[in-house]
Ligand binder design. Sequence first.
Ligand code: HEM
Ligand SMILES: [Cu+2]
Length: 492
Amino acid sequence: MDTMKQKISRSSNNLIVTYLSFGGIVILVMMIFGILMLLAQGGVLNLPPASFYQFLTIHGTGMIGASALAASSVMWYFLRKYVELSTKVFLWNLVLFTIGVLMVIIGVFSFEYASAWTFLYPLPALSGNAWGTTGALLYLFGMLILGIGFLLLFLDTGRAIIRKYGSLSKGLGWDVISGKKAEKDSPPSTVVASTMVTIVNVSALTAGAIVLIMNVINVINPAFTFDPLLAKNLTFAFGHIFANSIIYMGVIAVYEILSKYTNRPWKVNKPFLIAWTMSTVFTLVIYTHHMLMDTAMPKWMLIMGQVLSYANGLPVLVITAYGALMIVYKSGIKWDMGSGLIFLSMFGWVVGVVPAIVDATIVVNHVMHNTKWVPGHFHMYMGLGACAMIFGFMYYIAKEDSNITTTLIDKLAFIGYTAAIIGVSGSFLVSGALSTPRRWATHFPEWMAPANFGAAAGALAVFSLAVFILHFIRYIGKRNKTDNVYKGKKLA
Ligand code: HEM
Ligand SMILES: [Cu+2]
């Protein structure tokens, strides 16, 4: 397991720490925009609608971008124990991300670009004068540059996995599933998850790049048009898959950290491999649940989108939640912030999936899909699932790499964060049940109370996350100056 030990250099650890600090701080700032939006919807804050949509755009883009960035560092940190990854590519991704984000910020705030992060064709070009060509081009090129950074990263993980294991299908353990190889020779859980993420994200980012370039051409020369249904398919193939991949990168922290804390290996067996293969396929094809209202779509695709959406993350979720319970059971684990957040993330993921399954039903979808029910479910599994994995990883690496200790304040922040995300998501779900539409700058008085409740809960999330980040920054000051991460320190 530790064959790569010598090659793990200090500089790549600096990069991981930078990825995580950057990601954490952006998530914090984006939460503040979230609160401002809720206060505007709640009638407390007088925000011009144009500003609301700019905030919506920056919040969606920033949250997905920052949590994908941080989650990719989780994957990178653990995957490099098994395969040889390029530190240069890892650095390039960070550089391109930073450039892309700056362009997006300038496009949104200086040039009033506000199409939401889904930039649905032909909105970038046809804004009814809400924004001009410059804003649209800054945003679209910014996204393209950022996407290319990630694409390079996943091409590199794919290259490294193929080099070590022979092919991506072997990375998913297909030779074990088919019985050609014994279960005990399965690839490690981290490699299986990374292979899945590599496959889905290379597809997603390619679709994204194509539709971004088509939009760019359309913005520059409106005479060039293309099929809006194709554009929508490509856009959601990108957006749905990329956003989903965040939790599949984060879950690597669950495997590695729980296994380290309990001193038990995370057992990879056939059901585990089959679950990951199923989720690979489902994640790729169910973006069609975003098209349930597009009557021009072939019916079979919509039915597939619905049926498979029920099952999308379920195989991996079930196998991971069960595995997490089994590995912890009677292990004598001593809980701390790292393992606590990791365990919390399993809860957030499970709970967040339930409303998603409800929404994926065509009948319900027709009523619910454009309501706040939808942000209700994804704030739960992104905030309490994916983000808790990232923050848990931040506590874990701080503990492993320094002699930093946590205090009562960290524990209070843990409780505060949990309550806050349940509050934010719960308020969205209540709004959804009241038929409050999503993405509306102004609300009727009947819709305002849940928005204001959500804003208060959001403030608690900001304070709690600030505690997590301060702990991480304190750790950076105390870091070991030596060259060794996997010193096999006993953590719990
Ligand atoms: C304090 C925590 C948060 C607050 C108060 C908040 C608030 C909001 C609000 C008010 C909206 C717009 C809802 C509407 O359609 O009317 C929104 C949308 C969204 N949020 Fe959050 N949010 C928070 C955390 C997060 C986190 C942690 C993530 C992901 C990691 C996230 C990702 C998104 C996304 C992707 C959208 C959709 C944007 C769109 O519709 O284009 N949010 N959030
Ligand atoms: Cu989706």
